[in-house]
Design a protein around this ligand. Structure first.
Ligand code: G6P
Length: 613
């Protein structure tokens, strides 16, 4: 949610910042801006729209200077326009700020500043913050570093900010609370960004700022880090393991398609080293110290949002089936606000691709406060959730840049499967035979995923037929009910077609009223998994003229006779089918969205990392 980037050193800052903004555009893309410092002062260039619009606007303007900050926005306060775009300036035009997050008490700060004579140009909370810093700096006659620290002590909310000052051409100040900041350490230069993707082509040495920390980033000096409470901290340099090709399209027209096709590899990467080749035992190093806690848990509460919540629902089936532990799957946003009953014997498991989702983080904080064991399944290494939890497992999907989540979902399901299998075996709730058969299937599932990806051309043809409809219904049962939800979410996210997912049997209790000969219905009808019952549901759809796209097990004859289109997936244990059935639905959304002329990687109004409530 909003991408921030900055550079200070001896190179030209503008091209580095623009490139960085393009890499961070997945975080928000309704307006963008830069502030560049040189001997004539700070010049700000801002534009509504995407980074490309900013570049076109800036083309004939002076953008020279070796210090700068940039921002790509997902609007919270104020409509997306040029005035509300970041950076924002102080009243005297000497300070410039970029900000990701929300200042909750901005209204009261604004009123107090207005009483002192400050006037504001934009509707943003960010402009209020930079005026507050200016006010403190001028009245208390302190450095920018100190003024930022004092200001932040007054602020309630979440933020990642970078502030620069006119005439201070080798230094900016950065701070974080609840929103990520990574500082790239070069030779006499520093890079700064919301995540490491704009940094990795320049340096693999980074410092992750912690919550409540403020950094003085001066190109000629060591990093200086303090807490808001004025306690000095020693920066810890991490080695990045990312490589540049993981964040580029690599010949694919879109990140989303690239990421769909990466799934066999990301599944393998997620499994790598976690199944003992001889004993076939599962070893999830990150949670091994907590295995007993999980085994003896009264309940596992899974908290997540969006696609990760759907993965959590599959987790519920897996844990209950294999490990016989009761599971509740909660929308993090509901859970945190409804005075939930949390006991010390509960394990609360957060699932999050970004590791930054504000509601999921807050739900975990609440659970920790109440004494539960808190665990995480995240993709982004070093993000906030893994830093908060007692233990956890990474998904190793690699960077996911398309806003619609694909490979992150699949790998979340892989980790959940590993956890549930491992605990089930340890507890003895899963027979040895079942365990070994499932593990063997899981180890080879990437081959079946490869096979499912070969249905791409067939799915493209189906997409042509349905690209102009206004509604879609997705049905599934058991393990494939969450897949139906995820399929519907994917379609609405990127094609803007209204789509709903339902447990197939629930169709009779409402959605059946929508079915006519215009309505496409996607049914997941793989063998086992209440197959006969799903066939009955299919017949009910047919009887009302609905157009059917079915995902079936290869060799299926019954559904083939009923459905208008059938997409075959290889035979597989029911418990692992979501890893396969999900893929045609991702491809269907992709092709339909493309044919409708939608921006597949950056769908309107959405952002990949939702760091506000
Ligand atoms: C946003 C994204 C979704 C994602 C959800 C949860 O809404 O657009 O794709 O599923 O956030 O994100 P997380 O990073 O916590 O998995």
């Amino acid at each position: 949610m909003c991408g921030i980037v900055g550079y200070v050193g001896s190179k030209e800052a503008y091209p580095i910042i623009i490139k960085g903004l393009r890499r961070l555009e997945y975080r928000g893309y309704d307006s963008a801006g830069v502030a560049i410092g040189n001997n004539s002062g700070i010049s700000q260039l801002k534009q509504k729209g995407k980074v490309a619009d900013l570049e076109a606007y800036a083309a004939d303007k002076d953008s020279s200077g070796s210090i700068g900050i940039g921002h790509t926005r997902w609007a919270t306060h104020g409509v997306p326009n040029q005035v509300n775009a970041h950076p924002h300036m102080s009243g005297d035009g000497k300070l410039s700020i970029i900000h990701n997050g929300i200042i909750e008490n901005y209204a009261s700060i604004k009123t107090a500043l207005q009483a002192k004579g400050h006037t504001f140009k934009s509707d943003t909370d960010t402009e209020v913050l930079i005026h507050l810093i200016e006010d403190i700096k001028n009245h208390e006659k302190v450095s920018l570093f100190e003024a930022v620290r004092i200001a932040l002590a007054e602020v309630i909310g979440a933020y990642a900010i970078v502030v620069m000052e006119e005439g201070l051409n080798n230094e900016f100040i950065a701070a974080r609370k609840g929103s990520p900041i990574v500082i790239g350490v070069g030779r006499d230069e520093y890079y700064i960004a919301s995540d490491a993707t704009p940094i990795i082509e320049y340096t693999n040495e980074v410092v992750y700022l912690e919550d409540g920390e403020i950094a003085r980033v001066n190109s000629g000096e060591e990093l200086e880090i303090k807490t808001i409470e004025n306690e000095s901290k020693t920066p810890y340099i991490h080695e990045l393991e990312l490589s540049l090709d993981t964040i580029e399209k690599g010949g694919f027209p879109h990140f989303m398609l690239k990421e769909i096709y990466e799934q066999p590899k990301s599944i393998l990467d997620t499994l790598r080293g976690r199944i003992n080749p001889e004993t076939k035992e599962v070893k999830l190093g990150g949670i091994s110290d907590y295995e007993q806690k999980i085994m003896n848990a009264d309940r596992i509460i899974i908290v997540a949002c969006g696609t990760s919540w759907h993965a959590g629902l599959i987790g519920e089936y897996l844990f209950e089936d294999f490990a016989r532990i009761p599971v509740e799957v909660e929308y993090a946003s509901e859970f945190r606000y409804r005075n939930p009953i949390i006991r010390e014997t509960d394990v609360v498991l957060a699932i999050s691709q970004s590791g930054e989702t504000a509601d999921t983080l807050a739900a975990l904080e609440l659970a920790k406060e109440k004494g539960a064991t808190i665990l995480g399944i995240c993709n982004v290494v070093g993000s906030s959730i893994p830093r908060l939890t007692h233990a956890g497992s990474y998904t190793h999907a690699g960077p996911e840049i398309g806003v619609a989540s694909t490979k992150a979902f699949t790998t979340q399901v892989v980790v959940l499967t590993l956890m549930a299998l491992g605990i089930g075996k340890e507890k003895g709730t899963l027979s040895n035979t079942d365990y070994h058969q499932l593990i063997t299937e899981l180890e080879l599932i990437h081959e079946k995923v490869e096979k499912v990806l070969k249905t791409n051309d067939q799915i493209e043809e189906i997409a042509k037929e349905f690209k102009d409809v206004s509604n879609f219904l997705y049905l599934g049962r058991g393990y494939n009910f969450p897949v139906a939800l995820e399929g519907a979410l994917k379609l609405k996210e990127i094609s803007y077609i209204h789509a709903e997912g339902y447990p197939a049997a629930e169709m009779k209790h409402g959605p059946i009223a929508l079915i006519d000969d215009e309505m496409p219905i996607v049914v997941i009808a793989t063998k086992k998994g209440n197959y006969e019952k799903v066939v009955s549901n299919i017949q009910e759809v047919k009887a009302r003229g609905g157009r059917l796209i079915a995902i079936v097990t290869e060799g299926d004859k019954t559904v083939k006779e009923l459905a208008d289109y059938c997409i075959e997936i290889p035979n597989c244990f029911e418990e692992l089918t979501p890893l396969l059935t999900n893929i045609p639905l991702q491809l269907l959304s992709y092709h339909i969205a493309l044919m409708r002329g939608c921006n597949v990687d950056q769908p309107r109004n959405l952002a990949k990392s939702v760091t506000v409530e």
